[in-house]
Design a binder for this molecule. Sequence first.
Ligand code: 5MM
Length: 340
Amino acid sequence: MKHQELSATAHALVAKNKGILAADESTSTIGKRFAGIKLDSTAENRRLYRELLFTTPGANDYISGVILYDETIRQSTKAGSSFAAYLSQHGMLPGIKVDTGAKPLAGFAGETITEGLDGLRERLAEYGKLGAKFAKWRAVIDIGAGIPSAYAITANAEGLARYAALCQEAGIVPIVEPEVLMDGGHDLQRCEQVTGAVLDSVFTHLFAAGVYLEGIILKPNMVIPGKKCAQKASAEQVAEATLRCLKRHVPAAVPGIAFLSGGQSPTEATLHLSLMNAAGPLPWTLTFSYGRALQEPALLAWGGQSGAFTSGQQALFKRAKLNGLAAVGSYKTSMESTAA
Ligand code: 5MM
């Protein structure tokens, strides 16, 4: 029974035309985003901004679920509905980030290990009561001179597998997010090699931990050159390398792959997704689980100004709609100027 529920939730998250809004910025990250629009990061401003996102008219046509942060899942709309209840009532599944962040990995300079396993069983039980149907844990792998080490990859993969098993025990679908960062000067080939090695290790550990693959969502990076790499890749090359890497390393039992945007511009992230979906039949559904690539235009259009609340919502709606089209391979860059 639990397997059926997990699989149903996972499939709902990657329903046709739909993807996930990542709105689980920790207090420190949302503080940096607000600093960019010169807005104080108070609990009320964070609540107001999340209300803007979640109550965007029509967003539920393209957004299947929203990843929340611990503070956010305890907050409510101005009208008094908890965000989790509001999202559920509007056809969007509430999710929760449960890792406690990537911390320096002892003995491995420049590498991190994602923490948050202590007390996770109890926290998942509480989040379940608060309405969470899925969860997210992000492991971070950096590419640089001599890194990533085999140990950092293994340790992070094991963390993801232990988290995923605990989620499924609680009836919560785990989003498994191993992010290979696009910082640095590495080229496309190096990103493909590291992403492949990371995915191999992740699935080896998920299998060893007995995780039910039909009841997870994978949230990977796309295969893309580092920001400082002189050799740029075309959108077609990114799509081709990403698909090749995923086909080689992700079992067909996984129902859906929902990409992170990782610092790509909103339009790049949409185009890459659409090209992959236009490339033909795939073993899994490919969609988005974007944070910045969905939110950036909305945050800028709002700018913390009460008179611009609707403009912020329109900007989010536009990105949600275009990514919804990309999730079925129907996005064209010309739609950027015509989409409402
Ligand atoms: C929304 O950002 C998430 C939270 O990050 P912090 O724990 O650092 O505050 C982040 O995990 C996000 O869900 C993923 O990286 C995808 O977001 P992007 O912006 O890369 O699409």
